[in-house]
Design a protein around this ligand. Structure first.
Ligand code: ATP
Ligand code: ZN
Length: 297
């Protein structure tokens, strides 16, 4: 067990999530969707799940990788950007599909940017000095990194830096500050991290973590899929079935009307619109799409 660890094995998994910020609500909703319920009292630092052996600790996101790494908590939900900055060797248990953003380099609109080499010898302001430094070294560019903790986007306008490296999601903040995004350094989303390799995690806690991971995967798989029901002339059944990428093969049920069947299938949301056009072309009618609560695979 690492020297800094202050906990003893309790038979409950201690999970850190962001106390207040962009990931807080979605982290809690994910746990609720996993069937885990708890009494929320945010003024407290922690909450105990009622129907699952899980204790939640509310922390600043920057502290989560460190606490997971030194064994104060067993696992954490935090942005990949924070993990890569603070503790890049921390094992990622699963990607969670929310909090999506990218860490990008942006320059003022009047900067004539063609390639990364144009930043040679320039000053770049960022809250992510480690990630930026690794990126520049890998690409053979030497620039001076100015670490600042907030409002990075105003650094060029106040003469603090020539460029910035900051988190972007819609790009609205860059636009408002007359900055152009020129290099994508890291694609990020919320991740579940745990110090799996340290030996800190007891047998019981490892089992709870596995169960949590299983539930998260189930919830996220279900979210990305839709249940689709449609009517098909019997002569088109094969063509339509071939278009539908079902879990195994679509379910076909004969309709009361002679010569027609209903097809039931599960379709991934990503391919849904693509498939929809092809289904209509193939003669499908009455196409109904429904959300799925859970799929166990
Ligand atoms: P804390 O008080 O916990 O330190 P913070 O101010 O550092 O909070 P937030 O702004 O709440 O952090 O962002 C938390 C995480 O949300 C980021 O680290 C990132 O992973 C993710 N995120 C998603 N979109 C964005 C965005 N447009 N800007 C910043 N972070 C984003
Ligand atoms: Zn933070």
């Amino acid at each position: 067990m690492s020297a800094l660890a202050v906990r003893t094995n309790t038979g409950r998994l201690r999970l850190a999530i962001q106390k207040s910020g962009r990931l807080s609500e979605k982290s809690l909703s994910l746990l609720e969707e996993c069937g885990i319920s708890f009494d929320l009292n945010k003024s407290k630092l922690n909450a105990e799940a009622r129907n699952f052996p899980l204790d939640i600790l509310f922390l600043r996101d920057d502290d989560i990788p460190g606490y997971v790494s030194n064994g104060v908590v067993d696992a954490g939900i935090v942005g990949l950007n924070v993990v890569m900055e603070k503790n890049p060797s921390l094992p990622i248990v699963s990607n969670l599909g929310f909090g999506k953003c990218r860490l990008s380099i942006a320059v003022p609109k009047d900067f004539e940017y063609r390639e990364l080499k144009d930043l040679e010898g320039k000053k770049i302001a960022t809250s992510y000095p480690e990630i930026l430094q690794a990126f520049l070294v890998e690409r053979g560019v030497s620039a001076s990194i100015q670490e600042i903790s907030g409002s990075v986007e105003i650094a060029p306008a106040i003469g603090l830096a020539d460029a910035i490296c900051d988190l972007v999601s819609s790009g609205g903040t860059l636009l408002a500050n007359r900055l152009s995004e020129v290099e994508r350094v890291l694609d990020s989303e919320a991740v579940l991290v745990s110090n799996l390799n340290s030996g800190d995690l007891g047998q019981k806690e490892s089992e709870i973590l596995k169960e949590l991971e299983f539930r998260i995967t189930t919830v996220n798989n279900s979210k990305s899929c839709k249940y689709i029901v449609l009517n098909s002339p019997n002569e088109s059944l094969q063509t339509i079935s071939d278009i539908l990428p079902g879990i195994k093969s679509p379910t076909v049920v004969q309709l009361a009307e002679e010569g027609w069947s209903a097809i039931h299938a599960v379709v991934n949301e990503d391919v849904f619109w693509d498939v929809l056009g092809k289904l209509k072309e193939a003669g499908a009618e009455g196409i109904t799409v429904m959300p799925i609560e859970k799929i166990l695979v």
